[in-house]
Structures are given as structure tokens and as C-alpha cells.
Design a protein around this ligand. Sequence first.
Ligand code: NAI
Length: 668
Amino acid sequence: MSNPLTVTHSVDADGIGWITFDDPASRANVFNPPTQAALRAAIEALATQPVKAVVVISGKEKIFIAGADLKWLGKIGSAAEGKQASRDGQALFGSLDAFKVPVVCAIHGACAGGGYEIALACHWRVASEAKETVIGLPEVGIGLIPGWGGCARLPRLVGTKSAIDHILKAQLLPAVEAHKAGLVDEIVPAAELKARAKAAALKLAASGKPGRPANLAVDAAFFGDQRKTALSRMRGQPAPLAVLDAVEKGVSLPLDAALELEATLFGEVSAGEVAHNMVHVFFLKDAVKKLTVDAWFPKPATPAAPAPFKKIGVIGAGVMGSGIAQWCAARGYSVVMRDVKPEFVERGMTVIKGLFDEAAKRGKMSADAAAQGYGRVLGTTDLAPLADCDLVVEAIVENVAAKQALMAELSAVVRADCVLASNTSALPIEELAATATNPGRTIGIHFFNPVSRMPLIEMVLSPHTTRDTADRVLAFAKHLGKTPVICKSSPGFLVTRALFFYLNEACLLWEQGVPTDALDKAMRDWGWPMGPMRLIDEVGVDVTDFIYGEMKHYYPQRFASATVCSRMLAAGMKGRKNGASTGFYTYEGGKEQLNPAMAQFASGAVKQMDAKAIQEHLNGVMIAETKRVLDEGVLKTADDADFALLMGTGFPAFRGGLMRYAKSKGLY
Ligand code: NAI
């Protein structure tokens, strides 16, 4: 139903008409049929009044228009329906372009997708330089193409090459960058936006709508090269190719015909499985913001906000310990990182310094903020500085006895209310925490490597973990900017278990004679970012072999461990880890090549297996193991499993999630 207040209109004393988006029922403005109806009514009403110019603006503090309502777009059932939705939006925005007087768009806050396409249909764009102002066309990131004029209008504004670059990157740009790229015409301080937009409107009212001579010509090879890149980088996704079609053909057509072509392509893409999958993944990610521990614990009689952690202890200054310490310090926590020898502490501190330097170099934080972050980490061999920590995360060697000894040691040092967490990638928390004096305050916080880039945390509840502990850790994980999934303690939780059953199965096929490149190519072609053998090199042959041992120990009936990794290790081949460059591949001079030395571990048999059979077999193993994880109640829902595998293993988003895929094939 149309809510007339969603978009309102008025005319001020100077003859400027205002169209204001401010949905009273939501924190955001989004486009859906009711908003469109309200906009149409506002445009029609202003058209009957003697205005000099019009300004489109939002009444929200942080959002201009966040785009189209994905709940609506995600349900488009046919190409014809999608095409009509595209045409309707184009016609509506087109009525602004065709307005009898100039129309200025005043942008403050997120201006994404359809939110930017309305701006494109205006004659002038003024943006606030506030940090919340981010602008652009991210549709390709959710499997769609800009379908309300974006593909047709952006090249005409910024030129063909820049338009392709922007649409295919699918990223929102801060106002300053959007201005540099030509997406907006002016940037102004947020406090002046309204006045400056009005000034621009009055100026255009006097001078007329501006001409936009854009450079639409590109060299002959441009689109061919773009298609090749899209096919290799965005395998399996129709949207990038549809964008290239829409723009390549669209720039040589009159605008109306370019819009019609865009509508046809939008219709096809929006009704497809990939777009539905990617919109589904968008919602899986979005749901994390609202995640609570309610599914795991009875509701408390008097709910209280969890006490936040302030000081964090990290035990172990190795790969994971230094990564965790750096990430916590970067998010403002004071951190004590402890290892057993000064040289190990020093090595960890050097890694942390390097991570801060890199973050500053990449513009993720200022040099000052990086120096302050580094200053928040105390490296030590002492246990004493842990005494006033609110949370201690251990990341020492993956060994039950060592971790148990540490838990006992820590219990004697920390405050009674301190939470003790393990970063173990597979060991049951209750086993490690058997020596802790307060098992209710123990939990697993499984970060992934590298911590600064991997968003997932498996938050692992032992049978003893209390609700208070879980609440506090969940709030901490969210404050770290990570995306947590909650699991019941069980060997390998979900990600380690599903992934290493899969990798082991690939090794078993390899041992039967299926070539490395056949295995890797098949899985890459299916959509995985890298094949299993290449992934083993990346994770480390040592880590892989170790986890195979753990899986064999905990799942002796079902885990038939391949032996190739232990034989590689015995020959000193560790993969690509820590400067090592020999595994299933060699990486000398940065060049990746099949490693001929692998022949020594092969049986001599050659097994031909076509890509489809490899894909079905290996994905099938992962599906079967994930199904068991769900049957055992380690996770609450198949969506949780899909989310964890998407964030923790690089499962291809365009497939929508492992179990969603399994369901679509009748395998679950
Ligand atoms: P690592 O071998 O790089 O570092 C372990 C560090 O712990 C070493 O510096 C060692 O000196 C130190 N250490 C051992 N006993 C200690 C003690 N009692 N007190 C203080 N320090 C002690 O190991 P990594 O790779 O960082 O793994 C640590 C933990 O994280 C393991 O449980 C592992 O399973 C888990 N993990 C590892 C991932 C990876 O990709 N490396 C990913 C996710 C979890």
C-alpha cells in the first residue's frame, strides 16, 4: 500500500520544488512499489505547479536511498516480470529527466543502486562530503545489473570505460572518490547541502539543463578483454556479462533503445537462479547483525546487557595469536600477548607491527591510529599482566595436553569473572577446559587465518558455557566487526570438519590417479576460488596432515585418511606456507606450476574422471558431512551452515550456499 508520507513534495518561497524521501516506518529509504507510487504522485503534483527547478533530497540522517527493496527484487519469478519492473523504474526516473525544469539531486548518506539511478536521471548531483555518504551501483555484487537506467545513463555521464569499471567493481564510493570519478558534480559540507543544492537549482533554472558530452568511444579490444576477465574472475555469474552487453550495445543506441535493452537484460538476469542465490546470501549476511544466543539458552528472567570486555589476553604469539592480538588492538582493546620465549614474543610483535603498517599503507587507518593500535599491545613472557584481563584467548599449539595445562595455569592467574577462550580449530572445548576452575566461563572463539581478512568466527559452546559468557563473546565478536556463527562443541565444529573431509577426499582421488590439475580445474570451474590441492598448499601440508590426524582420531569409523600429505611432509614439502614453495605446485619466482616431484608419491595409476563426476563426488562429501553436523545439532539451521561455509571457506556465493544447493538438487 502506498504511504503518501514516504515521499513528500513542497514548493518554497523562491519557487524551488522539493521532493523529500523520508519513510516514517523505517530507518532507511528504499524503493518498492509503494515508494514508487509515492514518488510518482509527488512528481505529478509538482508538474502542475509553477516551479523554477526541483531538488530531490532525503530526510534521513544517514541514508539518501539505499536502493531497491531486495525482499521484493529477490522474488522476481520470470524474465517478463523483471523486464516490467525495470521498465517501470526507468519510466518513473525518466519523468524526472524529462521534467520541464532542471532537477538537482542532493545526496547525503548511502546512495546505492536505485538510489543512485534516480540521481543519474537528475540534471545535477550535489553530495555531502560526510563519511556516511557512499555512492554507486553495487548490483553486480548481488547477481543483478543496474536496471533503472544505470547501464544506459552512467556511460553517458562518465564515459564508457569508467562506467564499466564502476559497475563491475560493484562498490560504493566515498563522496570524494565519487566526485573524482564524475559520479557527482559537486561535493559540499553536509551542513550546507540543502542550501548548495538550492543554489545549484536556481543557477540551472537560469542557465538551463547542462549538456553532457561523454567519451563513449573505446578501443576495439576493450569489450573482448573485459569479457575474458569477467569469465575468469566472476565465473558462473551472468550479471557481469549482461552489463557488458548492455553497455557495449547501449552506447551506440539512442537513450530510449539503450534503456529497453537494459530492461530486457535485467529481466533475464533478475529471474535467474544466480540472482536469487546472491540475494539470499545478502540476507544471510544481514541476519548476523541480529544474531543472539536465544536459540541456545533459555531466556533470562531479567535480561541484562552483557558486560563488555576491555582488556584482552592472547596466549601464543604465533600465526593466529599475533593476528588475533593485532585485530583486537585495532578495534580499540588493550591487549596482552604472551608467549613462552622472548624471541617468540618479539617475532609476534614484528608481525603485529607489519599488519598495522600495511593497514595504514592501504588507507584502512591513519598512521597515527596504526601507531596507537600497536601501542595497545603488550608483548610478554609473564602470566602476571593477564591478571586483570576480561577475556583470554589461547592460540597455542593444537595439543590437548598443552591446552589443558595452560587452562589450569590461567585459571590460577585470571579474575574469577574472566572468560577463557580457545582458538582451537577442531578440539572439543569441554576437553580442553576440563582443567579450568570455572568451566562455565570457557568457550571456543575460532578465528580463521588470516585474521585480518577472514570475517568468520565460529563461536563454540561447550555443555558448560553459560549464557552470560556466550552473550559477552557474541557482543565482542560483533564489536570486532567479525561475522559469528554459533556452534555446539564437537570435533572440527563445522568448517574444519566439512572442509577437511572434502580435502581428504580430494587426496584419496589423487592417490587413485586423478591428476592434480583435473581436480583443481573441475572445482574451480564449479565456482570454488581455488581447487582442493592448491588449497592444501595454501593452508600448509603440515596443518592439513595434522587435521587429518584429528579427524581420524574423532571420526575413526568414517575418516579414511589419505597418506599423500604425510609422505609429502616427510620429504620436506610443506606447500606454500612460511616461505616454503613446494607442494602439489611449485611457486618459484611467484610462478605457479604443477610440481613434477609429486610423481614420487603417485601409484602410477591414472584415473580418468570427468569434471562433473569430480564436482559431484567432492561436493557430495562436503554435503554429506554438513548434513551429519546438522543432524547432530552442532548448528541450528542449514542457513547457519551455508553462512559459515560461505564466510569461512570461500564457498561461491553465486551458488547460494552448500545446503541450499544440495536442496535444489534433491540431495538434502
Ligand atoms: P603457531 O605454531 O604459529 O603458534 C603457537 C605459538 O604458541 C608458538 O609461538 C608457541 O611458542 C606458543 N606457545 C606454545 N605453548 C605456549 C604456552 N603455554 N604459553 C604461551 N605460548 C605458548 O600456531 P598457530 O598456527 O598460530 O595455531 C594456534 C592455534 O590456533 C591452534 O590451536 C590452531 O589449531 C588454531 N588455528 C590455527 C589456524 C591456522 O591456520 N594456523 C586457523 C585457526 C585456528
